[in-house]
Design a protein around this ligand. Structure first.
Ligand code: CP
Length: 367
């Protein structure tokens, strides 16, 4: 019997197993069956593969798997932006798998990087990504990359240019540690947390926009919506008008949802959004309509201050929902103290699960 909730999704290919394979991994997933070696977005993987990552992460968490597949290997961690959870959990995870993390901060502890092809590098960028990646991969077995959206040019940033340049020039696996469009390690920790709290049943899951003083990237809501759809949950996405997610991303979310037995509903009325949901996932994001004009976004969102916040009244409308947020979170802006400090808040478990799911991902991808 399947230990996943992937009712309709079937593995794309069945690969032969070898005698040395990890027997804890389902036989039909003896190798990662997605199209490539990287972990850039969950949509490169089937529901069965994502569920297998979660099963593996749960074994790491329970202490049932103490394998050291990174023994003697190093992993590069390239951080263009700040981090607590991602950086610490990756460093600890690599250590626990027997490997050695090498943290680089372009513009800080390493050279500034140019990613565009064919440019005359007479500005503030010191090294081209072509050399950066091809040198780094001579030292490391995989590269994790954090590169946020700059919220300046929507048409360019929606293509994830820096992350994809890493993937283009690298022959070792690239792991997305949050790019302009995706944060798949976060969304897998989120799906693991929902699975821990509720088991395999699909749930009614709310992704709600929240007011924040300035526009933020969309990677977390994009990836949460996508992974929820892939896992077959009934997804409600609530946001004010003008804060729609990317159209192509949403088309993929709807296709994945249909393929995996879920549903997708968009709600613009925050007072109606919380009705009977079982998971509340709060996140603020900027409008793609205002990329390059932060002041216009700040002016637009001002009307939502105090309305689009997760508080005790809204949680009371739910079906005893749990509260989730990727963190960091601004208290009494995104969520009230009463909600985040309540017994139904699982934000710390969610953050812990980053460690376990990333160990599962690295153990599977890095050879
Ligand atoms: N959720 C998350 O990615 O946290 P950090 O930005 O601290 O890594």
């Amino acid at each position: 019997m399947s230990s996943t909730n992937c009712r309709l999704n079937k593995p794309k290919r069945i690969l032969k197993t070898s005698s040395s394979e990890n027997l804890a991994w389902p036989r039909f997933l003896s190798k990662v069956t997605s199209m490539d070696k990287n972990f850039l977005t969950t949509s490169d993987f089937t529901c069965d593969e994502l569920s297998a990552f979660i099963e593996s992460a749960l074994r790491f968490k329970r202490g049932e798997d103490s394998a050291k597949p990174l023994n003697g290997k190093s992993v590069g961690l390239v951080f263009f932006n700040p981090s607590l959870r991602t950086r610490a959990s990756m460093q600890v995870g690599i250590y626990e798998l027997g490997g050695n993390p090498v943290v680089l901060e372009p513009g800080g502890t390493s050279w500034t990087i140019e990613h565009r092809d064919g440019v005359v590098m007479d500005g503030d960028k010191t090294e081209h990504i072509k050399e950066f990646v091809r040198v780094l991969e001579r030292y490391v077995a995989a590269i994790g990359v954090r590169t946020f959206a700059h919220l300046k040019d929507w048409q360019e940033e929606r293509t994830d240019p820096i992350l994809n340049a890493f993937a283009r020039y690298s022959s070792v696996p690239i792991i997305n540690l949050e790019s302009a469009m995706h944060h798949p390690c976060q969304s897998m920790a989120d799906m693991m947390t929902i699975r821990e709290k509720f088991g395999l049943e699909k749930k009614k899951v709310l992704l709600t926009w929240a007011w924040h003083p300035k526009p933020l990237p969309m990677a977390v809501p994009n990836s949460f919506a996508l992974a929820s759809a892939q896992m077959g949950h009934d997804l409600v996405i609530a946001h004010p008008r003008i804060y729609e997610l990317d159209e192509e991303l949403m088309a993929n979310v709807k296709t994945q949802s249909a393929d995996n037995g879920g549903s997708v509903e968009i709600v613009n009325d925050v007072d109606a959004a919380f009705d009977s949901v079982e998971v509340v996932y709060a996140k603020s994001w900027g409008s793609k309509n205002f990329y390059g004009n932060q002041d216009a976004d700040i002016q637009e969102r001002a009307q939502y201050r105090g309305k689009w916040i997760v508080n005790e009244e809204k949680m009371a409308q739910t079906n005893n929902a749990i509260f989730m947020h990727c963190l960091p979170v601004r208290r009494n802006v995104i969520v009230t103290d009463g909600v985040i400090d309540s017994p139904r808040s699982f934000v710390i478990d969610e953050a812990e699960n980053r460690l376990h799911i990333q160990k599962a991902i690295m153990a599977r991808l890095i050879h």
